[in-house]
Design a binder for this molecule. Structure first.
Ligand SMILES: *Cc1c(COP(=O)(O)O)cnc(C)c1O
Length: 426
């Protein structure tokens, strides 16, 4: 077949292609289910754009202070509609997911307050934000304490431990939906809803925030539909649809979002300022494409889990589990296998396909990290990418692919590199 010929030309052998086809033949029904969610979410996004009367003038550039920027304000109304929240802050001035999370935390925690993570350790880069690892400007430096309740052995919530740990100082509870660089399962929106209900039962006025990175549009509901007071994420992940060149979002209760805007800009200025710098078309169009892009990434993640599971590797989630984010962890067991896997992902990229990823120290991470990405937007992980810290269990975290076909190519290439290195047999 013509397609196989071009795959061969790109270095994928017939053995790998056969293996891939065999795995794929069992996935049709699962792919249909992913498409069904995407169709609903596409309608949800279009509906939000229509309800907010999106029009060509909303794409206009603003500069300087950005006063009266209706395009910026309408994007925030549309995000609020999609996430069913009172308000949203969606800005290019929010540089990444970590910044959005730091903003939401810093704006809503005051000296003497306590932050609680009831789901174990948070994402690596939040360690310095919180002050788990000492850092200049951390919450800890400002007198905000931190408490953590780990998950139980079987990965479930330690409700008794949570009840015991919530105290009169507990102001905000942070729940990370996605596993991040851990090998626990990601939580479904329904599970997050149960956890929030429990926390609010323990302390009705506690603020529940969800780190929604990588989770957007994987399900038909979002954490804000099950009681989260704030949901937070990055625009160079799911909701940017691959088109947003930077940015982050926080959707939630009006009073909390107002504080975030005061913190991002300045007290008194809040949401009234912030130039859009001509980026709004990419934000709007990226949001429009996001449900479909996420569905392609999900198919890639599922395909990867099935391939590597079949080869005997531990994968999280397994091929049978319900997915709540676009990340696929594969425990490869060695540094060499991580380098080979990432080499394959890199070799499949449209950009920088000729470079070889190497493990390297990264700001915000405490071990060397290997990253494969050949992206149109630097660091974008809704684009096909793989990364992981070089430490046991030597897991790579594979995610993204703006199209299913590209994700498929990346996985085939990763298999090829492992085969070439003599690390697998097909
Ligand atoms: C990516 C990610 C972050 C941080 O986002 P950056 O954009 O890389 O700063 C935080 N939490 C989770 C779960 C993530 O996946």
């Amino acid at each position: 077949m013509q397609t196989n010929a071009i795959y061969n030309q790109m270095g994928v052998s017939d053995a790998v292609l056969r293996f891939g086809e065999e795995v794929l033949s069992g996935l049709r029904e699962r792919f249909d289910a992913i498409d069904t969610v995407a169709e609903y979410n596409q309608a949800k996004v279009v509906c939000a754009m229509q309800e907010n009367r999106l029009a060509a003038n909303h794409f206009n550039l603003s500069s300087g202070y950005g006063y009266d920027d209706d395009g910026r304000d309408n994007l925030e109304r549309i995000y609020a509609s999609v996430f069913h929240t009172e308000a949203a802050l969606v800005r290019p001035q929010i540089t990444c997911g970590t910044h959005a999370l730091a903003l939401a935390l810093g704006a809503n925690l005051l000296p003497g307050d306590e932050l609680l993570s009831p789901v174990g350790a948070p994402y690596d880069t939040l360690e310095e934000v919180i002050g788990i690892r000492p850092s200049v400007g951390s919450l800890r430096e400002y007198g905000v304490s931190y408490a953590q309740v780990d998950l139980l052995e079987d990965g479930s919530f330690d409700y008794e431990g949570i009840r015991r740990t919530i105290n009169e100082k507990t102001k905000l509870i942070t729940i990370q939906r996605s596993k991040g660089y851990a090998t626990r399962p990601s939580f479904t929106v329904a599970q997050i809803g149960e956890l929030i209900a429990f926390c609010k039962q323990c302390k009705p006025d506690v603020i529940c925030m969800v780190d929604n990175c990588y989770g957007e549009f994987v399900d038909t509901i979002e954490p804000s539909d099950v009681g989260a007071d704030m949901v937070v994420g990055s625009l160079i992940k799911n909701p940017g649809g691959g088109l947003a060149p930077t940015g982050g979002y926080i959707c939630g209760r009006q009073d909390l979002i107002e504080r975030c805007a005061y913190r991002l800009n300045a007290p008194g200025l809040g949401k009234e300022v912030g130039a859009n710098l001509g980026l709004l078309t990419s934000f709007y169009q990226g949001l429009f494409l996001a449900p479909t892009v996420v569905s392609g990434a999900l198919k890639g993640a599922l395909f990867a889990s099935c391939c590597y599971e079949k080869l005997g590797y531990r994968v999280v989630p397994t091929s049978k589990e319900v997915r709540s984010d676009i990340i696929q962890a594969v425990e490869l067991g060695s540094r060499e296998a991580m380098v080979a896997f990432c080499g394959g992902i890199q070799a499949a990229a449209p950009v920088d396909s000729y470079v070889t990823p190497e493990p390297w120290p990264m700001p915000g991470y405490d071990s060397d990290v290997i990253m494969a990405a050949g992206a149109f937007v630097q660091g974008s992980s809704i684009e096909l990418s793989a990364d992981g810290p070089i430490r046991a269990p030597y897991a790579v975290y594979f995610q993204g692919g703006l199209t299913w076909y590209h994700a498929k190519l990346g996985i085939l290439m990763s298999l090829q590199k492992l085969l070439d290195a003599g690390l697998i047999e097909l």
